[in-house]
Structure formats: C-alpha cells, structure tokens
Design a protein around this ligand. Structure first.
Ligand code: HEC
Ligand code: HEC
Ligand code: HEC
Length: 159
C-alpha cells in the first residue's frame, strides 16, 4: 500500500509539472484569455450609442475561420489586442472630408464602426452571394448551403 501511495504521488507531481510546462509552451506570456461563447460588442466610451450592443458569437466563428481571418495583424505569438487598440481602429468618428480631398482608405478604416461593419457584414454578404451562385449552378444535385451570418441592422442591433 505505501509503495502504491508513493507511486501515485510521483504520478501526480509528474502530471502537474507536465501540464504547467505545456501551458508555458503554448502561451509564452501566460496572459491570453480567449473569450469563448458570445462577446458583447459596444462602441468606445466616447461615443453615444445610437444602436444596441451587438451579441457576437465569437467561438461559433472558430469552426469556419482561422484566428487571423479577423485578427489580421496577429503574428501568432503575442497576446491578441482588441480591435479598437491604439493605432488600430481607434477613431471614434468618421474622419472629416474637406471638399476636393479624398480620404485614404487605410485611414478611413481606423474609424471603428467602418472596420466592424466592413468585416462582419462583408463576410456575411459574401457567403450569401456564394450560396446564391451555388443554387444557380447546382443543377439537380442538392447544393450544400452554409447558413450565412446576419446582414440586416436589427439582426445585429436588436434596437
Ligand atoms: C470572425 C472574426 C473572429 C475570429 C475568427 C476570431 N476572433 Fe477573436 N475577436 C473577434 C472580435 C470582433 C473580438 C472583440 C474585440 C474587441 O472587443 O475589440 C475578439 C476578441 C478576441 C480576444 C480578446 C481581445 C481583447 O479585447 O482583449 C481574444 C484573446 C481573441 N479574440 C482571440 C481569438 C483567437 C485565439 C481566435 C482563433 C481561435 C479568434 N479570436 C478568432 C473576432 C474574431
Ligand atoms: C470571415 C467571415 C465572417 C466574419 C468576418 C464574421 N462572421 Fe459572423 N458568421 C459567419 C458565418 C459563416 C456564420 C454562420 C455560422 C453558423 O451558423 O454556424 C456567422 C454567423 C454569425 C451570427 C449568427 C449566429 C447564430 O447563431 O445565428 C452572428 C450574430 C454573427 N455572425 C455576427 C458577426 C459579427 C458581429 C461579426 C464581426 C465582429 C462577424 N459575425 C464576423 C462568418 C463571418
Ligand atoms: C453583422 C452585424 C452588424 C450588422 C448587420 C450591422 N451592424 Fe452596426 N455595428 C456592428 C458592430 C459589431 C458595431 C461596433 C460595436 C458597436 O458600436 O455597437 C456596429 C456599430 C454601429 C454603429 C455605431 C455605434 C452606435 O450605436 O451608434 C451604428 C450607428 C450602427 N452600427 C448602425 C447600423 C445600421 C444602421 C445597420 C444596418 C444598415 C447596421 N449597423 C448593421 C454590427 C453590425
């Protein structure tokens, strides 16, 4: 019996050490917490919201897409920053356009709303378009239709 006890103790120690080493390897900074389930997306504090916040089923999207599809500046090792981080989509209003001047697209997309609508709605629309194309060219075989995400205002902003 005591022999078995010692063996178990070593086994537990081994497992504990092993898993802590694994975690350290996967997450060098040991800080990234990936929000699973649904994230509530709201405007920055400086904006008076016209619409209700958006329930974004974050992890549902992992099934189809790589993290970098959306976290497009992530190089794969650092802790992922939010979309409105400084230097990213950090403008809380659309840049003012003076007559005769064209605003550079890279600058315009720093407006957080443009960035969110651009990414969310554009991808959902593309799926819709692809599905219609598939329906038209599928002939007699049943087309495989993935359910697209919402594209209408109230589906994302209930109010
Ligand atoms: C369809 C787009 C999409 C995909 C795919 C996606 N994410 Fe996200 N993720 C978001 C959005 C949008 C947020 C909210 C960011 C914000 O509030 O500014 C977010 C937030 C996060 C955050 C929290 C960032 C913070 O604000 O601190 C982490 C961490 C994260 N995602 C990790 C991941 C990982 C890891 C994957 C791949 C398994 C992944 N995401 C895939 C869109 C996506
Ligand atoms: C690269 C493509 C892509 C991007 C970017 C993307 N989505 Fe989606 N979204 C999808 C697909 C595909 C589905 C359908 C998933 C399913 O039904 O399994 C979906 C589904 C959804 C749904 C419906 C889920 C349900 O259970 O009915 C919501 C809400 C949604 N997306 C919100 C967002 C928001 C908000 C963003 C931006 C932060 C976003 N999506 C970005 C592809 C995308
Ligand atoms: C796929 C989801 C999605 C759809 C569809 C969508 N939005 Fe948004 N919208 C967002 C996200 C995400 C944000 C950024 C988070 C926030 O500000 O609530 C946002 C931000 C906004 C904002 C700035 C914040 C505020 O509340 O004032 C307005 C205004 C807005 N959307 C209006 C609209 C209108 C009008 C439509 C229809 C033409 C629409 N949205 C369709 C996801 C969506």
């Amino acid at each position: 019996m005591p022999k078995k006890g010692i063996f178990l103790l070593f086994l537990m120690l081994f497992i504990a050490l092993g898993t802590s080493m694994l975690i350290a390897e996967e997450d060098p900074e040991g800080e990234m917490c990936v929000p699973m389930g649904t994230i509530e997306l709201k405007p920055p504090a400086s904006v008076e919201a016209k619409r209700s916040p958006v329930d974004f089923p974050h992890s549902d999207h992992f099934v189809y897409y790589d993290c970098k599809t959306c976290h497009h500046k992530w190089e794969g090792a650092s802790v992922i920053k939010g979309c409105t981080a400084s230097g990213c989509h950090d403008l809380d209003a659309a840049p003012k356009q003076t007559p005769g001047e064209k605003i550079d697209g890279n600058y315009a997309v720093r407006y957080y709303k443009k960035a969110f609508h651009g990414q969310c709605i554009d991808c959902h629309k593309q799926i819709r378009i692809k599905n219609i194309e598939k329906e038209c060219s599928a002939g007699l075989t049943k087309p495989e239709i993935t359910v697209p995400g919402p594209t209408s205002c109230i589906k994302c902003h209930p109010k």
